[in-house]
Design a protein around this ligand. Structure first.
Ligand SMILES: Nc1ncnc2c1ncn2[C@@H]1O[C@H](COP(=O)(O)OP(=O)(O)OP(=O)(O)O)[C@@H](O)[C@H]1O
Length: 310
């Protein structure tokens, strides 16, 4: 059986503007593959080519062995797709919209549809025009998952969801994976991808700069800790710990900014012993990881654009 997704040298220009350049990767059956990159990196451009919505400038994209452009209709019938920007029919209720979308797939997905709506706490009887941004996103998620397709392609699926609903959504995705569904999801949030993905493709300025196992990527993370102390503390107390660097010291040793990699338990134990007045522990920041590990030098080692049709 061909892999769920196979992308080879995929390149797309919008006129003279760069969309993506020479992107190559494979997504294996049953995995959750995170597609991570900042805004404008090329995630949506890649996904729209996977769905046969735009034609590659060069290179190929295949889904279960089918060419995403030439066999677009067959590809769409095998994929549950959540677009980055959703266009909904404003006058329909949620239920009417889902019936309408379900009809294209033989209309057999009502039971699953109701189950998903309940899980996400979405009222399907309301008119779409009156739905909040978060509820619109939930409706789009139900639409993508209700077909019980073997492959899900989700473009920034949690955007607009509140944090509790994000957790429910990630649980749903885990269940899908446990049923053998393959999932490709894009995100610009490291911690979100961390919670769900087995492998991650990292895209920056249109080029795929790395494909990593989640465990590998985690070793590159650096969280940021800012500590305010009632009394000065020698920075060496912190630097004695593995993976901790002191970035700055102010207020005569009472205010420290630290970078932290690896396990946090030793640091938490130390903080418990110190006269801490306040602290903030920021999540790992994609930009920092990018700057340190996937900077311009890395991008330059990837092959130059392919200008001709293959
Ligand atoms: N229709 C278009 N015309 C011209 N340039 C475009 C068009 N669509 C996308 N681009 C450009 O292609 C590049 C990749 O954009 P894309 O939307 O794929 O990125 P993204 O990673 O999905 O970002 P975001 O999270 O902001 O959607 C950007 O530089 C963008 O300006």
């Amino acid at each position: 059986m061909p892999p769920p997704i196979e992308v080879q040298g995929l390149t797309r220009y919008y006129g003279k503007y760069r969309g993506i350049v020479d992107v190559t990767f494979t997504v294996n059956e049953g995995e959750v593959f995170g597609f991570l990159g900042p805004n404008g990196a090329g995630k949506t451009t890649t996904i729209r080519q996977l769905m046969g919505l735009i034609k590659p400038t060069s290179g190929t994209a295949r889904i279960f062995g089918l060419d995403c452009w030439a066999d677009a209709a067959a590809v769409k019938s095998r994929v549950g797709y959540l677009p980055g920007e959703i266009h909904l029919y404003e006058k329909m209720t949620g239920a009417e919209f889902l019936d309408f979308m379900g009809a294209f797939r033989g209309g057999k997905s009502r039971r699953r549809r109701d189950e998903l709506a309940e899980r996400l706490d979405l009222d399907l009887s309301r008119t779409i025009r009156h739905l909040s941004k978060g509820n619109r996103q939930k409706l789009a998620i139900v639409q993508a998952l209700m077909h019980e397709a073997p492959l899900l392609i989700l473009d920034e699926p949690t955007s607009g969801l509140d944090p509790l609903k994000q957790i429910d959504f990630l649980d749903l995705i885990r269940e899908e994976r446990n049923r053998g569904v393959t999932v490709f999801l894009s995100s610009h949030l490291l911690d979100e991808v961390d919670r769900i993905a087995d492998r991650v493709g990292i895209i920056r300025e249109g080029r795929l700069v790395a494909i990593e196992e989640m465990e590998q990527l985690k070793r590159k993370w650096e969280r940021h800790l800012s500590v305010i102390l009632r009394e000065p503390v020698a920075p060496e107390r912190f630097t004695a710990l593995d993976g901790v660097v002191v970035e700055s010291v102010a207020d005569e040793g009472r205010h420290l900014e630290l970078g932290v990699r690896g396990p946090v338990q030793p640091l938490l134990r130390l903080l418990a012993e110190l006269p801490v007045e306040d602290f903030t522990f920021a999540p790992a920041d994609l930009e920092r990881v990018f700057l340190r590990y996937y900077g311009p030098e890395t991008a330059a080692t990837v092959k130059e654009p392919v200008g001709v049709e293959r």
